[in-house]
Design a protein around this ligand. Structure first.
Ligand code: 13P
Length: 264
C-alpha cells in the first residue's frame, strides 16, 4: 500500500486522525512514530493524519515513504491574494498534502461559515487535486426536532446546486453529528447507518456514478469500544477521529477495529 492508493476508490476502510489544535514538534513525532509502528500489521486500514498548518513540513518529512497520508483541517476559498492569515490549496500541495477537512462544525459555528462558503472550499480543494473531507451533521436540537435529514440534505444540496452532483466524485463526506463531537456520546450504529444511507441516496439522486465513488465516514466520539460496531457496518466506510487520535494506543485500536476481510 502507498499513499497514492489512499483515495476514495480504495477498497479499504479509512481512519482519519483530526488533531485539531493540538501538538508540538516533540509530541507529534512520538505520535507519528507510534502510529507507524502500530500500523505495520494493519493492511486492511487506510490512514490519514490532518494536522495544524505549522506541522505540515514535519509530517511531510516523518511520513515520506510510509503508507500514511497527511492533510490539513481547512483551506481558503481563494486561489491567492491579500487574505491575511489564510492558507491556500496550492500551499497544501506544496507540502505534499493529499486531503483536507472542509466545513468542520468547530469552524463553521465559530467563524460563521455558510454552506455556500464551504461549497466553494470543497471545489477549491478538488481543483487543486486535494481530496476534500466534507463534514456534515446536525445539532442536538435539530435531531430532537427530527429535522436532521433536512439539515444534512441542505449541506449536500448546496454543493449539488452550485457545482452539480458530479462534484462528489472521488471525495469523502464525514457524518459528524455536532452533539456527538467531543461529548463522549457517539451516534449509535443505527443512527449513523441511517444517515449514511441518506447521504449516499442524496448524492445518487444527483449523480449515481459520483455516489458510487464516494467514501462516507462517521465522526463524533469514536473510541476503541464503539469503533468495533461502527466500523463493522457496511454503510460506514471509516471514521474521523478527534480526541482518541492523540493517543497512540487508542488510535491503533480504532484502526484495528476495521474487520480484516472488509472490502468496500
Ligand atoms: P472527537 O472524536 O473528539 O469527538 O472529535 C470528532 C471530530 O470532530 C473529528 O473531526
Amino acid at each position: 500500500m502507498s499513499r497514492s492508493d489512499i483515495t476514495p476508490l480504495s477498497p479499504r476502510k479509512l481512519v482519519v486522525a483530526n488533531w485539531k489544535m493540538h501538538g508540538s514538534l516533540v509530541r507529534n513525532q512520538a505520535l507519528l512514530d507510534g502510529y507507524l509502528q502500530g500500523l505495520q500489521s494493519l493492511p486492511q486500514t487506510d490512514v490519514v493524519v490532518c494536522v495544524p498548518y505549522p506541522y505540515l513540513a514535519q509530517v511531510q518529512s516523518a511520513l515520506a515513504g510510509t503508507a500514511v497520508a497527511w492533510g490539513a483541517q481547512n483551506i481558503a476559498k481563494y486561489e491567492e491574494g491579500a487574505y491575511t492569515g489564510e492558507v491556500s490549496a496550492e500551499m497544501l500541495r506544496d507540502f505534499g498534502a493529499h486531503h483536507v477537512i472542509i466545513g468542520h462544525s468547530e469552524r463553521s459555528t465559530a467563524y460563521c461559515e455558510s454552506d455556500e462558503n464551504i461549497a466553494e472550499k470543497f471545489m477549491m480543494a478538488k481543483r487543486h487535486g486535494l481530496i476534500p473531507i466534507l463534514c456534515v451533521g446536525e445539532t442536538l436540537l435539530e435531531r430532537e426536532a427530527g429535522v436532521m435529514e433536512r439539515v444534512v440534505g441542505k449541506q449536500l444540496e448546496t454543493i449539488i446546486r452550485l457545482f452539480g452532483g458530479e462534484a462528489f466524485a472521488h471525495t469523502i463526506v464525514s457524518y459528524e453529528p455536532i452533539w456527538a463531537i467531543g461529548t463522549g456520546l457517539a451516534a449509535s450504529a443505527e443512527q449513523a447507518v441511517a444517515m449514511h444511507q441518506f447521504i449516499r441516496d442524496t448524492v445518487a439522486a444527483a449523480d449515481k456514478t459520483a455516489a458510487d465513488s464516494l467514501k462516507i465516514l462517521y465522526g463524533g466520539s469514536v473510541n476503541p469500544q464503539n469503533a468495533v460496531q461502527l466500523l463493522n457496518q457496511k454503510e460506514i466506510d471509516g471514521a474521523l477521529v478527534g480526541r482518541c487520535s492523540l493517543d497512540v494506543e487508542q488510535f491503533i485500536k480504532i484502526c484495528q477495529a476495521v474487520p480484516e476481510n472488509s472490502v468496500i
